[in-house]
Write a protein that binds this ligand. Structure first.
Ligand SMILES: [Zn+2]
Ligand SMILES: [Zn+2]
Ligand SMILES: [Zn+2]
Ligand SMILES: [Zn+2]
Length: 846
């Protein structure tokens, strides 16, 4: 009997989409874990609460006339200069105390602690946790660095990461790995090389081990025997490899070329030739289709101008001891500080324990471009939040020359208060609002804010500088907080021991250094940088884009792996920023490292505007709530078609019609405001809304408990609890309620974990119906659910159904995420696997 083909032992379980603008102030619209309290993420972007409160108190204590002056100061340079003397030693001291909790220095005692914790995990065979702890250990310098690298190489070996294991072995040796332990590590090296099919190198290492063993007089006879036995075993392995014809396990790299059609726009960098940049006074800058666009077509492929990894929510390692050393795991432990690649064998920054990189190259590039300045400011930047950090990095990446030329140009331009807006108005008069750039004179084109003199829109610093700040719309308190934070950074730049910069210098660094003078007063150069940073910090509220990634949970050995979407970083994409918002967008956004891709999610006829959703989506919120959020964060009143339809007539939004309560005796819908009445004439049931909301809250808690059980690998208990939840839900929720869908989804996960594929498929199909009804059959949310169903059917041997679901899932997901997407690739592997089955198996009935 042929064994059941499994593409990958662990199945992924992408969480179903339930998603909002997360309060961190960055745009984000892709599926995320259902029901996450997104407001928690706010802390990542803005300064820590205590500093925010301190700034608020300080603001309240200012003389009214000073408050007024600050509120009126519109050129940001003035705001910055007014705040400069207000930042007193007491404030500095306060901030310093807060920053201590975010200490990012190096301490040999920490290295020792993390190494020992890593060893404990290693002994329990928790290799991923061990690897992360050893990585924390190597980011603190200690005399035992070589041992930490060697131990991490062992963890990587067990995780099957042989290339990275080899790198760590080299690092251990470069750090002076003790001679008496050499045979051990060299044997590991041999094994890796054999597994990678590098036989000649392996043979070379084996003879090195043999001579080491022969020469070392200090070895006890038992150790010597053990080592020699191991050597002979490896020799046999090597011989087998040699005699077996080829079958070198080639790393399954993505050899496939990017086959997606792409023709870059001649006028707008990173945008497709199918779009055009338009401008008018009510829409501002926006992109319009110049031809009929098909679903899945790439519209923008852009590298971030600047992007900063955010700490994100920290995960606690299970059963971690309470210690002075932080065992929490944040994005900084899991992703490269510069390119966001997932880390295996991280390379630590030489100066701090926070920045970790995927390679020496990334570490070097980061150091040259920004980290040499940021490194000594680590704790302060963590305290002031990601927005302040992005603001600083933006000016570092742009370089002082570029920043100062734009700031000076801005000052020189006849001192108009709302320069961009004023420019816009005059431009509006010179052109028909519907005409594309084709019809514009070169002069008019260069008038569009952010365009170069030749009318080109490049994703350059000039484009970033011209993103709207809405300086006059922010509350004076918020502006004060931002200004004070930027002043704090500038003061710290003064204090910083700049000798660290001289280790490796680059042009921009040395220029900057030359301008930073060791004086109590800020130099004119720092004032320019301060003004620019304040500008960027204010821009971020409306223009920051959250960079997301799908991350698989590192939990246990369950055959079903949870995966969830996480917010990795905050970035500025000047071209993507040209897209206006719609609550019912016609594009989908995906990320790969620091690059964004915007794809058409539906057919877009020629002449139609390209929209992207800033967070509030019509499938997740009612119009009133969406508009309120958009006004609050982005300062505009949404007039998208979905909003106009929902507000203008008696058409109720998707959310309103789906998430309703129903009568416990006859299942008809309940209507009313504070007191709800059954809508069926025969029934007289009356229930208070508060009571129903309380019941809903209760049920949500139960579902959460069940989810916890699933994650703790107790599927039987989880399924039992979820069945009870399902019965409760039937009593008061409509059949299309999102919570009902979630329960079905979790039930499917539970049964899948138990290997009961048929039951799992049945529940998932119910969940898919609900997702389809809410998000539409070709939405990315439905795509994720179909992906799960395909896996269940695949594992459950329902071949023809599986093939059909794979097809549907692939069609939907490749429109939103492109053919290179990991899930799309996995679907293709599953299909290939099913099609290779012998005919007789294909016809086997379930
Ligand atoms: Zn990297
Ligand atoms: Zn550093
Ligand atoms: Zn809207
Ligand atoms: Zn009723």
């Amino acid at each position: 009997m042929m064994p059941w083909p499994v593409v990958c032992g662990r199945r992924h379980w992408p969480c179903v989409a339930e998603f909002e603008s997360h309060g961190c102030g960055a745009r984000l619209r892709e599926p995320c874990r259902r029901g996450v309290a997104l407001s928690r993420l706010r802390a990542m972007a803005l300064p820590v609460e205590k500093w925010e409160a301190h700034a608020r108190r300080k603001w309240a204590s200012l003389e009214p006339c000073l408050q007024e002056k600050l509120s009126l100061a519109v050129p940001l340079g003035d705001t910055f200069l007014l705040c400069l003397p207000l930042f007193q030693p007491a404030d500095e001291e306060f901030l310093h105390r807060l920053a201590v909790t975010n200490w990012v220095g190096k301490d040999p005692r920490a290295a020792l602690f993390y190494k020992e914790e890593g060893n404990k995990r290693f002994q329990k065979k928790e290799y991923t946790a061990a690897r992360i702890l050893y990585s924390k250990a190597v980011s603190h310098n200690s005399p035992e660095m070589s041992l930490c690298y060697a131990n991490r190489s062992a963890a990587l070996f067990h995780l099957g990461q042989f290339e990275d294991c080899l790198e760590d072995i080299d690092r251990a040796q470069a750090q002076g790995y003790p001679d008496r332990l050499q045979p051990k590590i060299l044997l590991r090296k041999t094994e890796c090389l054999l597994l990678l099919g590098r036989l000649q190198e392996a043979a070379g290492v084996i003879s090195k081990v043999e001579s080491k063993i022969a020469m070392d007089q200090s070895l006890s006879s038992t150790t010597r025997q053990i080592l020699l036995r191991k050597v002979s075993q490896l020799k046999v392995k090597a011989h087998e490899k040699e005699s077996s014809p080829l079958s070198v396990p080639e790393a399954l790299g993505k050899t496939q070329k990017d086959l997606e059609f792409w023709e870059e726009n001649g006028k707008i960098s990173s945008a497709s030739s199918s779009v055009n940049l338009n401008f008018n006074s009510c829409k501002g800058r926006h992109l319009v289709a110049t031809k009929d666009i098909l679903p899945g077509e790439n519209l923008v492929k852009e590298e971030a101008f600047v992007s900063v990894l955010s700490p994100g929510k920290s995960l606690l390692l299970q059963d971690s001891p309470e210690t002075t050393w932080d065992t929490r795991i944040t994005n900084g432990d899991l992703h490269c500080h510069r390119c966001f690649k997932q880390l295996l064998a991280s390379v630590p920054c030489g100066g701090c324990s926070y920045a970790k990189y995927c390679s020496k190259k990334c570490a070097q590039l980061a150091w040259e471009h920004y980290h040499s300045t940021e490194c000594p400011l680590g704790a302060l930047l963590l305290t002031l939040g990601v927005f302040s950090h992005v603001a600083l990095r933006t000016v570092l990446v742009a370089g002082f020359a570029e920043v100062s030329s734009l700031v000076k140009q801005f000052h020189g331009d006849d001192k108009e208060l709302y320069k961009t807006e004023a420019r816009g108005k005059s431009l509006d008069e010179t052109l028909d609002s519907t005409a594309g750039m084709e019809g514009l004179s070169e002069k008019a084109k260069s008038l569009i804010p952010g365009c170069e003199d030749d009318g080109q829109y490049q994703g350059s610093y000039q484009a970033v500088f011209n993103l709207l700040t809405h300086a006059e719309k922010h509350s004076p308190e918020h502006k004060f907080l931002c200004s004070l934070s930027i002043v704090a950074i500038c003061k710290k730049l003064l204090d910083t021991d700049l000798t660290i910069l001289s280790q490796e210098s680059c042009e921009s660094q040395s220029k900057l250094r030359a301008h930073v003078k060791m004086s109590a007063e800020l130099s004119p150069e720092l004032k320019i940088l301060g003004e620019a940073m304040l500008r960027h910090m204010l821009q971020l509220q409306c223009n920051a884009q959250a960079v997301t990634a799908i991350r698989e949970s590192e939990s246990g050995d369950s055959i079903v792996a949870d995966s969830e979407q996480v917010c990795l970083a905050t970035a500025l994409f000047p071209v993507t920023s040209l897209l206006n918002h719609s609550c019912d967008p016609n594009t989908s956004v995906t990320f790969s490292g620091t690059a964004v891709t915007v794809r058409a999610s539906q057919p877009i006829p020629r002449g139609q505007e390209i929209f992207h959703c800033y967070g509030p989506h019509r499938c997740r919120m009612r119009a009133a709530e969406r508009r309120q959020r958009l006004l609050c964060q982005y300062f505009f009143e949404c007039r998208c078609q979905a909003c106009l339809d929902e507000l203008g007539s008696d058409v109720t939004g998707i959310v309103a019609t789906r998430d309703i309560f129903c009568c416990s005796s006859c299942h008809a819908s309940m209507q009313g405001e504070d007191v709800l009445r059954c809508s069926s004439g025969a029934c007289t049931l009356l229930v208070g809304r508060d009571y129903l909301l309380h019941q809903l809250w209760d049920l949500q808690l139960q579902v959460k408990t069940a989810l916890g059980l699933l994650q703790d690998n107790q599927p039987n208990q989880a399924v039992e609890l979820l069945m009870r939840c399902q019965m409760d839900a039937e009593n008061f929720l409509s059949a299309e309620h999102m919570l009902v869908g979630e329960i079905e989804d979790h039930l499917a996960q539970g049964y899948a974990t138990l290997g009961k594929w048929q039951e799992a498929a049945r529940h998932l199909q119910r969940s898919i119906q609900i997702v389809e009804a809410r998000h539409g059959p070709s939405s990315v949310e439905t795509g994720h659910e179909l992906f799960k169903l395909a896996q269940i059917l695949f594992n459950g041997f329902a071949v023809s159904e599986a093939l059909c679901t794979i097809q549907r899932a692939e069609t939907v997901l490749s429109v939103h995420c492109g053919p290179q997407n990991a899930q799309v690739q996995e679907l293709q592997e599953m299909r290939a696997c099913l099609l290779e089955l012998p005919r007789s198996l294909l016809h086997r009935v379930e």
